[in-house]
Design a protein around this ligand. Structure first.
Ligand SMILES: Nc1ncnc2c1ncn2[C@@H]1O[C@H](COP(=O)(O)OP(=O)(O)O)[C@@H](O)[C@H]1O
Ligand SMILES: [Mg+2]
Length: 573
């Protein structure tokens, strides 16, 4: 039964605007459909949801009087009293969504209660009810929103491009689809199906439907009445922000920095700091431990004991991550993410009990770097004056200089050289690019594709020519000339990570993007290098401004003076 909440309950509800953009409308309408016990939810839209957005369900429906009442502020069938607020089992409870949406759009509400012989149609414009009439409609509810924000031009102006709004809208529907595997979901844009998820029995199956691009691995854990069920992808698809990580607490998609942070922290040694795995993590928390009534859109939560929650999450994820398939062998991962550092961490990570650790990279902590002077602390030494003796361990160039031996990290050196060149190009206008013989099509989630669209110009200045050629397809046509041979997909993904996670000045962003690009292009540890190539690299190092550290801050070289060699070999002192 729908009724208007009494004033004292209304006063206890987190107030605020729920309708910011088409995606928020979609969220409220799909949540209502799920709350109504639908087994099938379909969303249709045009123009990013602004021109038209329609959500249809086969749920319990409403009779004519209920439908009318549903449009009143604080009318809800989901809670009755203040105490219900502590144990809400539905998405909705505020009774605000329908009237809020109706007040900023032209809405048609079509509904027929289960078992009723006919249905009702109500037309509302800017909150004014224009017409109520009987209608021959199927059981369930269909809410059609047209011309969203037609009477609030300011809000219309705040919207992003159609592609971005579309991406957000689809993302919200996907997240909600994760909450109900037994409900079929479909999304149509201009009559064209974008996705359709059939009913499945298992949560994990729904996760695979929604995250079809990722290779996910599942795990579970529980402690203190809390349960964690995770489906996470490996380091190769990790991102610089939590954008690819969906968190659901008690069946509700949420945005929570501390939960996402715990998941990232649980990957210490597997992912570099600041990177997050992609995937889905469900948490079940006893109702008494969590308050959903803190945010109008209910995206945020408050836990009575946040540390207990993050603790269980951290322990579950880290316990699993240590034995996840990608932690063995160690070497493959460092290549996959294009950052050399993580291999160190892997060596440090405790081996899971009863498991023989795989091949592990030597821990650089053990390397004699700290007590050795870096080359170049003595001004007169030029890299190019060194004699290249050869490559050792597939990674290091051993050189001889006046009275010393010098060891250069070929990847760090190449990265520094490429970075400096790219930065020079960037500073003098834009980075020259080279057309790919075969443009590369990349399937990408719509949020990322929208990011490409919004940043086409910026990417162009970095020498990356990319455009969006479908809601989930991006085509890379040009890469920086200096980086020919780079994998265009990995380059673009890495740059998008930087764009997504940065909020600094352009200059800082540029440094980050350029160093990421340099890392992708450079000769890697493990690449064979002959004496000639080694010497060419050293010569190039002399031409860069600040050659002694790679853009990530690792040293490029260190030296062992003759005296040190003699001392260690017992020839002296
Ligand atoms: N799709 C739907 N099917 C059946 N009933 C609905 C549907 N959408 C809304 N309602 C009814 O209208 C009421 C008001 O909806 P809403 O404004 O979203 O508030 P809330 O979801 O917080 O209760 C709901 O409590 C429910 O009774
Ligand atoms: Mg609702």
């Amino acid at each position: 039964m729908i009724r208007v909440l009494p004033g004292h309950v209304v006063d206890r509800i987190a107030a605020g605007e729920v309708v910011e953009r088409p995606a928020s409308v979609a969220k409220e309408l799909v949540e209502n459909a799920l709350d109504a016990g639908a087994t099938e939810v379909s969303v249709e839209f045009a123009s990013g949801g602004v021109e038209r957005l329609e959500v249809a369900d086969d749920g319990m429906g409403m009779d004519g009087d209920e439908a009318l009442l549903a449009l009143e502020r604080h009318a809800t069938s989901k809670i009755e009293s203040e105490s219900d607020l502590l144990s809400v089992g539905t998405f909705g409870f505020r009774g605000e969504a329908l009237p809020s949406i109706a007040s900023v759009s032209r809405m048609t509400l079509l509904s027929r209660a289960r078992g009723a012989s006919s249905g009702t149609s109500i037309r509302i414009e800017g909150g004014r009810i224009l017409e109520r009439s009987p209608a021959g409609v199927p059981e369930g509810t269909r809410v059609r929103i047209e011309d969203l924000f037609f009477n609030t031009p300011a809000r219309l102006k705040f919207l992003k491009t159609e592609r971005t709004e579309t991406a957000r809208l689809l993302e919200i529907i996907r997240h909600l689809a994760l909450t109900h595997p037994c409900v079929a979901f479909s999304a149509l844009r201009d009559g064209v199906e974008i996705f359709s998820y059939a009913v499945v029995q298992e949560e994990g199956e729904r996760v695979s439907q929604v995250m079809s691009r990722l290779d996910l691995h599942g795990f579970v854990g529980s402690a203190g009445g809390l349960t964690v069920r995770g489906y996470l992808a490996g380091p190769a698809s990790a991102r610089a922000g939590a954008g690819g990580l969906v968190l659901l607490v008690n069946g509700r998609p949420v945005t929570d920095r501390s939960l996402a942070g715990s998941i990232a922290a649980a990957h210490e040694g597997i992912l570099p700091p600041g990177r997050y795995p992609q995937g889905v993590v469900y948490m079940e928390v006893p109702h008494g431990m969590v308050d959903v009534n803190v945010h109008p859109q209910k995206r945020e939560l408050r836990f009575s004991d946040p540390r207990a929650v993050t603790g269980v999450l951290y322990r579950t994820v880290s316990g699993w991550a240590r034995s996840a398939p990608w932690t063995r062998p160690a070497g493959t991962y460092a290549m996959a993410v294009g950052v050399a550092e993580p291999a160190h961490g892997l060596a440090r990570a405790p081996a899971p009990p009863g498991r023989v650790p795989g091949t592990q990279a030597p821990a650089p902590d053990d390397a004699p770097v700290p007590d050795m002077p870096l080359l170049g602390t003595r001004q007169e030494t030029a890299f190019s004056s060194l004699e290249v003796i050869g490559q050792v361990l597939g990674t290091f160039i051993v050189c001889e200089g006046p009275d010393r031996m010098v060891i250069v990290d070929q990847h760090a050196a190449a990265e520094r050289v490429t970075f400096e060149r790219l930065r020079d190009e960037w500073r003098t206008g834009s980075v020259p690019s080279q057309l790919l013989l075969v443009p590369q099509r990349i399937e990408m989630d719509p949020v990322r594709a929208a990011l490409v669209e919004e940043n086409e110009g910026l990417l162009g200045a970095f020498g990356i020519g990319a455009d969006v050629s479908g809601p989930e397809v991006v085509t890379v046509r040009e890469v920086p000339a200096l980086l020919s041979g780079v994998d265009p997909e990995r380059l673009l993904e890495a740059v998008l990570d930087e764009l997504q996670s940065s909020r600094g000045r352009l200059e800082t962003l540029a440094e980050q993007v350029l160093s990421t690009m340099a890392c992708h292009a450079s000769i890697r540890g493990g690449d064979a290098m002959d004496v000639e190539a080694g010497h060419a690299l050293l010569t190039a190092l002399d031409r860069v401004d600040w050659a002694h550290h790679c853009p990530h801050g690792r040293p490029v070289s260190f030296e062992i003076p003759r005296s040190e060699l003699e001392r260690r070999l017992g020839r002296r002192g």
